[in-house]
Write a protein that binds this ligand. Structure first.
Ligand SMILES: Nc1ncnc2c1ncn2[C@@H]1O[C@H](COP(=O)(O)OP(=O)(O)O)[C@@H](O)[C@H]1O
Ligand SMILES: [Mg+2]
Length: 230
């Protein structure tokens, strides 16, 4: 089943003399449960694409359709609720709440959503798998960068969102933690049939995903069809 369709998307920042065309005629679609790597050089448009898919910004042209909803057609408030229900974000600036401890930061998206109850057992599992259970009462400023990144990851997963958008989620992690975080993403993706779009610079990580989208200069390169065992 297709969960995401990106159709002829352009993104232009700024106006006239100062404009930058960050995306040019980008089209692709994604099936539920696919784990997709997005690769490309710095400035090629990867973060722009994730922001548009997550409804954090709007395309200049084209459409983004998530589970049959054209996200441009949602009103501000509808979009906020849609995002909260369907999408988990993991960005590099972790945007953790400084006044909340680790546990409460992770539970926050669920707390916001009045339609859902907090699955404490699931949050405990996530924190344990990410090696954060002992730190559950610590505050973000008491954690290392890698620990904060893992908290952000747990928070993105806490809602069991249908789609996870991750912008270099392992960028600040050592190789052992990277392997653990990837393992968690993969098992979550399988268990809950989640769709993951992950920007990464790590070639080995990209190769371990179901599909790789290459962006160069705002354009999507033709996809190489991957064969088994490749
Ligand atoms: N908010 C913005 N305003 C103006 N230009 C931007 C903005 N965000 C990104 N850009 C430009 O758009 C292009 C793509 O950026 P980005 O999507 O961040 O690339 P990547 O994530 O692949 O490094 C770059 O040329 C960048 O400078
Ligand atoms: Mg980026």
């Amino acid at each position: 089943m297709e969960v995401l369709q990106v159709k002829g998307v352009d993104k232009v920042y700024g106006t006239k003399d100062n404009s930058v065309q960050a995306l040019k005629n980008v089209s692709f679609s994604v099936n539920q449960g696919e784990f997709i790597a997005i690769v490309g050089t710095s400035g090629s448009g990867k973060s722009t694409l994730l922001n548009l898919v997550g409804g954090l910004d709007v395309p200049t042209r084209g459409e983004i359709i998530i589970r049959k909803h054209n996200i441009a057609s949602l009103k501000r408030k509808e979009l906020t609720i849609f995002r909260r229900r369907n999408i988990g974000f993991v960005f590099q600036n972790y945007s953790l709440m400084p006044v909340l401890n680790v546990y409460d930061n992770v539970a926050l998206p669920v707390t916001f959503d009045k339609g859902k109850h907090i699955d404490h057992a699931y949050i405990e599992d996530l924190l344990k798998e990410l090696g954060l259970w002992e730190k559950r009462k610590s505050f973000p400023n008491e954690l290392s960068g890698g620990q904060q990144q893992r908290v952000a990851m747990a928070r993105a997963l806490a809602n069991k969102p249908a789609m996870i958008l991750a912008d270099e989620p392992t960028g600040n992690l050592d190789s052992r933690t990277t392997v653990e975080v990837m393992g968690l993403l993969k098992s979550s993706c399988k268990k809950y049939s989640q769709t993951i779009l992950m920007v990464t610079h790590n070639e080995a990580l990209a190769q371990s995903c179901d599909r790789i989208l290459h962006i160069e200069d705002g354009m999507l390169l033709p996809e190489k069809v991957m064969k088994d065992g490749e």
